[in-house]
Ligand binder design. Sequence first.
Ligand SMILES: Cc1cc2nc3c(=O)[nH]c(=O)nc-3n(C[C@H](O)[C@H](O)[C@H](O)COP(=O)(O)OP(=O)(O)OC[C@H]3O[C@@H](n4cnc5c(N)ncnc54)[C@H](O)[C@@H]3O)c2cc1C
Length: 467
Amino acid sequence: MSLTPNNFTQLENFGHSLRASSYRFRPKCSEEIQEIFQLAEENELSVTARGAGRSYNDAALNGGGIMLDLSTMNQVLEWDPATGLVKCEPGVTLEKLWQRVEPDGWWPPVVSGTMFTTLGGCLAANIHGKNNFKMGPIGEHVVEFHALLPTGAEITCTPSKNADLFYAMISGIGMLGIFTSITMQMKHIESGLLEVQALPVHDLHEHLSVLLDQAPHHDYIVGWMDTMNGGKSLGRGQIHAADYLHANEDPNPQKTMQLKNQVLPPRIFGVFPKSILYLFMMPFANNLGWWGVNTAKYIASLRTHTFRQPHAAFHFLLDYVPNWELSYGRGGLIQHQSFLPKETAEEAWREILTLSLKRGMPSYLGVTKRHRPDQFLLTHALDGFSLALDFKVTDRYRSSLSQMLKEFDKIILEAGGRFYFAKNSETSAEHARAFLGDETIVKFKKLKKRCDPENILESDLYRRVFG
Ligand SMILES: Cc1cc2nc3c(=O)[nH]c(=O)nc-3n(C[C@H](O)[C@H](O)[C@H](O)COP(=O)(O)OP(=O)(O)OC[C@H]3O[C@@H](n4cnc5c(N)ncnc54)[C@H](O)[C@@H]3O)c2cc1C
């Protein structure tokens, strides 16, 4: 293994708004990861792991350093359909995982809004799903993992063995060690379908009240927010609440759990290949276009109704349109996701949404969820809600957008909020310290010293928030 101009390559975040060049290696086993650590040490370079590169920010970027691309360590090592326990290499994607377990009557207990993320990346960020209020983050379903530390030590962690590392490496954004295998408990399902209820909400107060009141009665809940309309309509949108079907509610569960009944259709209306759909979205990727899209979507959402949907279609709506992020154009997109206590969310979000409309830099897509706290060290969750906002980045507005998001951060912090290291690209070291607290930072740095005394594991994100 050596550093050559051939493996020095430019990588991007998911939204194509950030770039960094690194030496990219694709290890196939722990021994090769170990060799890369040695190479890094000899050449005084830092190392960052990368799964599928689906983080919205700089979590999987490492300018000038080494990129450990783990997408080739992608084997399901063991699967037991009797117990629902699965052991995987870190580069296994959620897509590969659900497609393996679903026909046997199981489903990953926590998934992200895209199925293209890897398990290693999901653990490092400790992802949440639309059931965070009920099932917690993905880390709560990890039974055991093996990891390689930059010291060369190979460790096994469970909630009771090396528990401090278990709770810090999951959520630790890849800065303490590299997951080399992950064992998780899947969730038993009795049907390939979910029963989904669609509820219109007419303003921000109603939006949050419905999330709060409905969540305890459902397995999943998620809100879409029209972020282009202010005034009395601010925060209006639609809530989707979904429930698992029981065996007696699905006349043919064996059929609905077959992969062919889960896979997203390759064509829209049976005609247009999905692969080119993003091109048709491009002309709408401006304030007027997205105002039209949001307004039309809201009008179409005004009817309360119930329908049945395959698991994959419910969870991975964003994957319906491949490369949809390219529709944002050359500058790409970034996301700002804030987590707020249920008591302060309404006022703080009213302030930031109003500010974005006033400044002429509205978010084109807003998604809300209901959360509960968890015990992982760098947790982003709390007893409240999250609001994820997508913003188009252009050369003209890049710095004023960045300035505005920093103002958002201040408002969120004053309201007792938190941020997510897989999403936000503006959160500063000062703001990270403010929401994590000194005690957490000291604990994390102590573990960092123990696992990685030479500071080999560093990413652009790490330098930004812990530098
Ligand atoms: C369309 C879309 C929807 C999303 N929806 C959600 C959602 O609903 N909920 C949610 O929580 N997140 C969501 N995300 C964010 C996404 O789940 C996280 O960013 C996740 O970390 C991406 O996984 P990845 O494999 O692409 O990891 P990368 O982006 O490649 O890496 C993420 C982090 O993991 C580290 N890492 C990767 N592999 C390893 C390893 N083997 N060992 C140690 N560290 C490692 C990297 O160093 C980096 O810090 C979404 C992202 C997209 C693009």
